[in-house]
Design a protein around this ligand. Structure first.
Ligand code: FPP
Length: 272
């Protein structure tokens, strides 16, 4: 595994979301069926999961199958389903030993009974683990997630368990797929496209977005570390100014005092 600089290690993201794109093109370039690209992609998935576990990253959310992927050729969909079953079966015991907690997000009802069983078994086996939280988005769509949360909150209102005035971002967030986790700090998409593709549209509102041309099966530990190094260099502002962020990090700096002074001057003039 490659080494990270000390400053990167000190500022690692808590939660990383990944769109693993480029499997099909990787296979096409080698005159192989697309399914071979997905199979090769499992290797990169294993590497990033192991790397996150070793680096003590709190959560990793990966996009394995979108609600739109059903419209791919039937042969590709069925080979992906078989790959999911064989991968989950082969990997879950190893993940359990590494203290990884596995959770699936998305509408699992449409999957075969066999796949649903391996999903449920993997969650049950790892549910008490305290290491990396691995979220696998399968038959997931960001809009579906928002609609689902809205339906649940509407039911609470209908049953007199919540007043309309008490609907806020926190309440809606608590009913979404990744409730209980911090929002992803870093979003990585491989394969050269620069879009979110209906992944975690609610949760990615303030994430740093990292796009790289590398096709997913070629995405190495070094490529992951490069993404983490890039992330370290970003200044996360959440709507504040750069000066405020610097002042927040180093209380007592003169900049902090001047911000405080201008804030109290503004308040005083409002009171006049
Ligand atoms: C997108 O590449 C990739 C997928 C739709 C599938 C990703 C799944 C894996 C890597 C398997 C992981 C397994 C588990 C159990 C988590 P694409 O086919 O859209 O590539 P293209 O843009 O080059 O056509």
């Amino acid at each position: 595994m490659s080494e990270l600089s000390d400053s990167t290690n000190a500022h690692l993201p808590k939660h990383i979301a990944v769109v693993m794109d480029g499997n099909g093109r990787w296979a096409n370039k080698r005159h192989l069926p697309r399914a071979a690209g997905h199979k090769a992609g499992v290797g990169s998935t294993r590497k990033i999961v192991e790397s996150c576990a070793k680096k003590n990253i709190e959560a990793l959310t990966i996009f394995a199958f979108s609600s739109e992927n059903w419209s791919r050729p039937a042969s590709e969909v069925s080979s992906l389903m078989l790959l999911f079953i064989s991968t989950i079966t082969a990997e879950v015991k190893k993940l359990n030993k590494k203290n990884v907690r596995v959770r699936f997000i998305g509408d699992r009802e449409r999957f075969s009974e066999k796949l649903q069983k391996s999903i449920n078994d993997s969650e049950a086996l790892t549910k008490n683990n305290t290491g990396l939280q691995l979220n696998i988005a399968a038959n997931y769509g960001g809009r579906w997630d928002v609609v689902n949360a809205c339906k649940r909150i509407a039911a609470e209102v209908k049953n007199n368990n919540r007043a309309i005035e008490d609907i806020d971002e926190k309440a809606l967030n608590s009913l979404m797929s990744l409730s209980g986790l911090p929002a992803p700090d870093l979003f990585i998409r491989t394969g050269g496209e620069q879009r979110i593709s209906n992944f975690l549209i609610w949760q990615l509102a303030y994430s740093e977005l990292y796009f790289v041309d590398t096709l997913w099966p070629d995405f190495s530990d070094e490529d992951f570390d490069a993404a983490l190094d890039w992330y370290t260099g970003r200044q996360r502002r959440f709507g504040k100014t750069g000066q405020q962020i610097l002042a927040d990090k180093t209380p007592g700096r003169s900049i902090n005092i001047s911000v405080a002074k201008s804030e109290s001057a503004a308040k005083a003039s409002l009171l006049k």
